[in-house]
Design a protein around this ligand. Structure first.
Ligand SMILES: Cc1cc2nc3c(=O)[nH]c(=O)nc-3n(C[C@H](O)[C@H](O)[C@H](O)COP(=O)(O)O)c2cc1C
Length: 189
């Protein structure tokens, strides 16, 4: 079996009982070829996985989806999944459709052990881009604004801005601007 890095930052789509699509960035833990989803309490992803045992892992190089979900821009186009009751990000380079096999309960972060029931590739991986990696790191900082000290956020954003300045295209630049605006807004201006 091909070794997989332990955690792959992905876009997870789930469906609420009323059919509403929910899109959220999540780090998928890969264990011996099986994905494990670990949504914190409380979260919509947790509620949806509890209500119906399906999800889709989407892989995209449009980092605006990561930054957008953290800054109130969740309305990304999707289409119905091929096999499971779920939804695929319209621009995904590839996706994996999951069925939950086992739920491991936890007071903070329940884990959903899943099985890949279908996967498909739609476009080639075009290579690494440092600004994309920087946007993902900044999105993680933004998801922890209430937990991290301002000085740490400033230090890390200053470093990440170098890669954005040197290597971003328009999508990465736009995602970066959404995140920096969110940090400013969090500080009251
Ligand atoms: C790269 C990245 C990885 C994340 N991984 C997780 C995760 O594994 N579990 C989680 O609960 N939230 C994770 N988050 C934060 C969620 O995306 C965010 O809090 C989201 O709103 C989840 O809550 P929701 O399902 O209610 O939307 C991650 C955020 C980023 C940017």
């Amino acid at each position: 079996m091909t070794p997989t890095p332990a955690i792959i930052e992905s876009i997870i789509t789930t469906e609420a009982p009323d059919g509403t699509v929910h899109i959220a960035p999540m780090g998928v833990i890969w264990r011996e070829g099986h994905p494990v989803l670990a949504p914190f309490r409380p979260s919509t992803t947790l509620d949806n996985l509890t209500a119906q045992p399906f999800a889709v892992i989407n892989h995209t190089d449009d980092v605006r989806v990561f930054a957008g979900c953290l800054t109130g821009r969740r309305d990304w186009p999707t289409r119905p999944a091929d096999i499971v009751k779920g939804h695929v990000l319209a621009d995904a380079l590839s996706h994996q459709e999951l069925e939950v096999e086992q739920r491991e309960d936890d007071a903070l972060r329940p884990r959903f052990h899943c099985r890949v029931v279908h996967e498909a590739t739609h476009a080639p991986f075009r290579g690494f881009n440092r600004a994309q990696a920087a946007v993902i790191e900044a999105a993680i900082l933004v998801s922890r604004l209430d937990m991290l000290e301002a000085a740490k956020i400033d230090r890390e954003m200053t470093y990440l801005a170098i890669a954005v300045g040197k290597t971003a295209g328009p999508r990465e630049q736009e995602a970066w601007e959404w995140l920096t605006a969110r940090i400013k807004e969090h500080r009251g201006g």
